[in-house]
Design a protein around this ligand. Structure first.
Ligand code: SF4
Ligand code: SF4
Ligand code: FES
Length: 247
């Protein structure tokens, strides 16, 4: 016989007058291979039609189902209830704007981050639509692809202590975005521009390096390597400024 799951879910609708944050408990019979997307859908269908949560792809691709599951920010659609104890506690991701219950708006933050790091290739080279496609070294293309795998779920930001106390911090997702353009040879930003972006409290100086982000990233992005590269680049730029490094 399957287990009866005890789902304790954070509830709060900021648009509803007099509503207060509270926890609602729902009981649910566990079925084989039940994931949290299906579990929440069943709860909404059978017990709480006004329960708010986000899902789009159900396949770990869109990044919309990030939530705190038993204390850990992760993707609900990729979480099987069989990997959890009988009691499951669900909270919305902290840090982001709460829309209601388990639903948060990560889009505002990610758009702002993309604008702050100028998340596009900076080049003076004119686009020629009939020119042959530029070739890129395979290893480098793979490194860029690794950073591009970020699905903007926000789990790394929710799990980052610095981001909670210093909202301007770019977090792992922002630093990963910087790292992606930093290694792209088509991006012609100079040392000074990079230095201004990276060597601030909002950038790499704000990062304590305890790597909670790396622990929770559901896509296993190589954040450790990306941060190491950014730090290395920054040290190189500092030495150059001091005249102690030539390249
Ligand atoms: S290493 Fe720590 S401080 Fe730095 S981005 Fe990751 S969680 Fe935040
Ligand atoms: S770096 Fe990982 S945890 Fe952070 S937003 Fe991207 S995929 Fe999510
Ligand atoms: S629903 Fe798309 S990542 Fe979970």
């Amino acid at each position: 016989m399957g287990r009866t799951l005890n789902c304790k879910i954070f509830r709060y609708n900021p648009t509803k007058e007099n509503d207060k944050p509270h926890i609602d408990t729902f009981y649910l019979e566990e079925t084989p291979r039940l994931n949290l997307f299906t579990a929440l859908s069943k709860i909404r269908e059978e017990q709480a039609p006004d329960l708010m949560f986000d899902f789009v792809c159900r396949a770990g691709i869109c990044g919309s189902c990030g939530m705190v599951i038993n204390g850990r920010p992760t993707l609900a659609c990729r979480t099987l209830t069989s990997d959890l104890p009988d009691t499951i506690e669900l909270f919305p991701l902290p840090f982001f704007k709460l829309l209601g219950d388990l639903s948060v708006d990560t889009g505002i933050w990610f758009r702002d981050m993309a604008e702050r790091v100028e998340s596009w290739i900076h080049t003076e080279t004119k686009f020629d639509p009939i020119a042959e496609e530029e070739r890129m070294n395979n290893t480098l293309a793979n490194e860029i692809y690794e950073s591009e795998r970020c699905i903007e779920c926000g789990c790394c930001i929710a799990g980052c202590a610095t981001a909670q106390v210093f909202p301007e911090f770019l977090g792992a997702a922002g630093l990963n975005r910087i790292g992606r353009f930093l290694i792209d040879p088509r991006d012609q930003r100079g040392n000074e521009e990079w230095f201004e972006l990276i060597s601030t409290d909002e950038g790499i100086f704000g990062c304590f390096g305890m790597m909670a982000c790396d622990d929770v990233c559901p896509k296993d992005l190589p954040l450790l390597e990306v941060f190491a590269h950014i730090r290395q680049k920054m040290t190189g730029m500092t030495l150059k400024t001091l005249g102690g490094f030539k390249s």
